[in-house]
Design a protein around this ligand. Structure first.
Ligand code: SF4
Length: 319
């Protein structure tokens, strides 16, 4: 059985050792799809009413939110401290438990280019100064990044490994409207291509099971994303959590989650169509707590991976 080309394989080939992503959550970052700049309420599947109440919240930063027009950031020192503390504690655990040797700092939660340029620079450069950090991965939206930021990241990419992660989700604008995404597919395509043009590495996030999408639409989305030039991909099923707009649609019967059989079928086909050099960072998603409303098969990650491997077996692949 041949192993799918994973992101872990990519990093190992490139750096010759175990490289782990360290997921960071900085207070004060928000999302233009929530703060009213693009829309309010966010994507229909996003649980964001507790936006500033994460486990890592710094008390003084409660209720403080940056945006691209913020003129100053009086809490930058606190954010830098938060970054350092999170990095130290997570990377130490990854070293201890998994033998991680080098790290990519992953700005994971919310929209991590949606802040004043000086704030972004300070945070990114601090992250790159930590011992054994080989680069950054920055999760963002395609409507929340500027050419100035892209060019600055391209400079950093000359000596470090810089990734940008864009939520593509679907190439169908009617779907993006249904999930209140706040931007269209052309915008994602434009910024992925601009990122590639300046030499950055791009990861695209895809969701299968979006409202009213057929399997062939999901497969077309993956095919297009590959054509846009993504270097890495994360595949997710759409699952419903409490306190979201999608939860209301699910309860009223307007939305039915994708079945595991259909997800596996789409996943196997999209993996078969994937260019060999595109690494895979994620083949599923879920949550194992009482916030999950449906589908139940998204609860247990181990069973999901077991079933994904069983579905990949006939085509000679494993994850
Ligand atoms: S872009 Fe991300 S953070 Fe913003 S509303 Fe959508 S899912 Fe939530």
């Amino acid at each position: 059985m041949k192993q799918i080309y994973t992101y872990g394989n990519y990093l190992k080939d490139k750096f010759g050792c175990k490289v782990y992503k360290v997921g960071i959550n900085i207070s004060g970052f928000t999302c233009p799809n929530i703060d009213g700049t693009v829309a309010k309420g966010g994507c229909t599947f996003c649980e964001n009413d507790s936006f500033s109440a994460s486990a890592n919240e710094v008390q003084e930063l409660k209720g403080f939110h940056l945006n691209l027009d913020s003129k100053e950031n009086k809490f930058l020192d606190k954010q830098l401290l938060q970054l350092t503390q999170q990095f130290e504690s997570i990377s130490a655990r990854q070293k201890r438990e998994y033998g991680a040797e080098k790290f990519l700092v992953y700005f994971q939660s919310f929209t991590n280019t949606y802040a004043p340029f000086e704030t972004l620079k300070a945070l990114y450069e601090k992250a790159l100064s930590f011992e054994n950090v080989v680069g950054l991965s920055i999760g963002t939206r395609s409507d929340s990044i500027t050419q100035e930021t892209l060019e600055y990241l391209a400079k950093l990419n000359e000596n470090k490994e810089i990734w940008i992660e864009f939520g593509i989700q679907s190439i169908y604008d009617e779907t993006l409207i249904k999930i209140n995404r706040g931007h269209d597919a052309a915008n994602v395509k434009e910024w992925i291509q601009k990122s590639k043009k300046v030499g950055l590495n791009v990861c695209g996030h895809l969701i299968f099971g979006l409202p009213d999408e057929t399997p062939s639409m999901m497969i077309e989305t993956a095919k297009e994303a590959y054509k846009w030039g993504i270097d890495s991909v994360k595949y997710h099923p759409l699952y419903v959590v409490k306190r979201t707009a999608l939860a209301n649609d699910f309860k009223s019967g307007k939305f039915t989650p994708i079945s595991e059989a259909e997800y596996l079928d789409v996943l196997v086909q999209t993996i078969q169509l994937k260019p060999v050099h595109v690494s895979v960072q994620r083949v599923t998603a879920g949550i194992n707590d009482d916030s999950l409303l449906s589908p139940n098969w998204c609860r247990d990650k181990n069973i999901q991976i077991k079933n994904i491997n069983a579905a990949l077996k006939p085509i000679g692949l494993k994850y």
